[in-house]
Design a protein around this ligand. Sequence first.
Ligand SMILES: [Zn+2]
Length: 367
Amino acid sequence: MHVSAAGLRYVARDEDLRTKVFRCDDPEGLDRLLGEPVKDGDTPEIEFQYDVTPKVGVERPYIRCAHCGYPNHWRGFVMQHASGARILVGKDCGESLYGASFVRNARDFDQLATRQIQLARLEEVMRAFGPFLGYLAALAHHESVDQVRRLLSDMEAGANTLLRQLQAAARHNSGGLTVVERQRDLAAEAKRTSDKGKPIYVDQTREVGRLAGWTLFRATGEMLPDNIRNTHDTAKVWFNVLIEKRSTDHWTADGLRKLFAGLNAVIDAVENQLEVMTAYKAVVHPSNLLMIAEWASLAPRVPGTWSANPSQLVWKKDSGAVSVIDITPPSAPLDWTPFMTFRRAVRMERVKSPNPPTDGKESSWAA
Ligand SMILES: [Zn+2]
């Protein structure tokens, strides 16, 4: 005799799985419960599986098995006839009379519950994807992105040595701007026995300041707008995959895993780019510009003298020539609600499962 796994007859299609509840915490509270199995009736099928084993120290009477006729179990099956009438069957009777494996059933249950969550996630992602693509398309051309590109390309063209040193500080020193200074080593001078009065020098590294927004200079290679366009292209590929497989019944568990991994990578890329844009605001803060100018004037690897005002970084070269890097104040960022909504969907921050795991309960299913 074959009995389908937990509620499986209700969930031949993903659409039916969406809201299906497998767990039943109060089997005795269900309606249409019969005390005995229906004689000459159809074979009932498993509707729920339950495990009401109480915690240690908690009293809980056994549940009555419809076949045995007396209370003898905490783990069992709610079985339903085609008429809708139900019986409660202990785990052992379920196995011997209906061939229902409590353990196998629990495994099926777990798989279905996992898929159920993924389907809810997929639906959220589908809803949020269109607006997210629109956001990426707008972002690639947004002023806040272009000003980052402009600053980096202006520095590349007009203040190359400074740019290289800021990049080195970002990559190797977490933005710490240091200079090496020669200082008298008075302790060493006092200790020695010969050459009294002759100065001893020692090199000391001093941090002039810490570059605010240094992550802006950590980035290498492609410019921000290109990065965003690439991310947009990748996101569009995933979107098309989603559209092609519109019916979720085409999604295998492995396919879903790959999809969500791909979308997580897209989100990481966007976050990196947003971080750079946030860093721009810190970089062009007037006090940060002053600190950069002070450090650049001291640093031997950056020739010339530097000064700053809120809208310019001014480089007076040793030759007397003056070069100016214009600084644009940070513009208001693009409203990133569509991105946040999409991120919440992919990262499942809003998905509620109809079968939420209960503390430690799942392990007892398969015990
Ligand atoms: Zn029984």
